[in-house]
Design a protein around this ligand. Sequence first.
Ligand SMILES: Nc1ncnc2c1ncn2[C@@H]1O[C@H](COP(=O)(O)OP(=O)(O)O)[C@@H](O)[C@H]1O
Ligand SMILES: [Mg+2]
Length: 146
Amino acid sequence: MRQFLMDTHASAGGGPNFAPMAIEILLPYLPEAAGQARRFVRDALVDWGLEQLIDVGVLVASELVTNAAKTGCQQQMTVGVRWISPVTLRIAVRDGSCILPVLIRASRSAECHRGLALVDRLTDGRWGATVEVAGKVVHADLTIVR
Ligand SMILES: Nc1ncnc2c1ncn2[C@@H]1O[C@H](COP(=O)(O)OP(=O)(O)O)[C@@H](O)[C@H]1O
Ligand SMILES: [Mg+2]
C-alpha cells in the first residue's frame, strides 16, 4: 500500500523544487521486501526530481529493509521517504522489534555485517534509531547535492 503523506507533486513542471514531502509504504517482513523498497524509493525520487540520489537512496533503503526483515516480526514494516529540508532526504524504516541496530566494524575478510557500515559511510554518519512504543524507527539522512 503506497500512501502519500504530503504533496508529492511539488516538482511538477520539471526540476527539483523543495516543498516538505513524504510518502510511505507498508511491506512484509520477507526478503522480497527489499526489492519492493528499492522500487518504491526509486519511484519517489523520480517523482520529486531527485534522480541524483537514486543510487544511494536505493542502496540505503535496501540495507535497512533487509535488516528489518531479519527481525522476524509479524504484520508489516513501514518504509518512508521524506524530503525534510532543501538539502536533506530521510529514509526511515519502522519495524516491530525494540532491539536496536549495532554498527559492526567488520574485518576486511568478513562476508557479512557490512550493511550498517555502508549506510554510515553513505550518510556521513547521519543515521540513527529511535525506540517507539512497539518497535523502533531506523533512519538515514542523505544530502541533496544539486
Ligand atoms: N532493524 C534491526 N533490528 C534489530 N537489529 C538490527 C536491525 N538492523 C541491524 N540490526 C543489528 O545490527 C547488526 C548489524 O547490521 P548490518 O551491519 O546490516 O549487518 P548484518 O545485517 O549483515 O548482520 C545486525 O547483525 C543486527 O544485530
Ligand atoms: Mg544488514
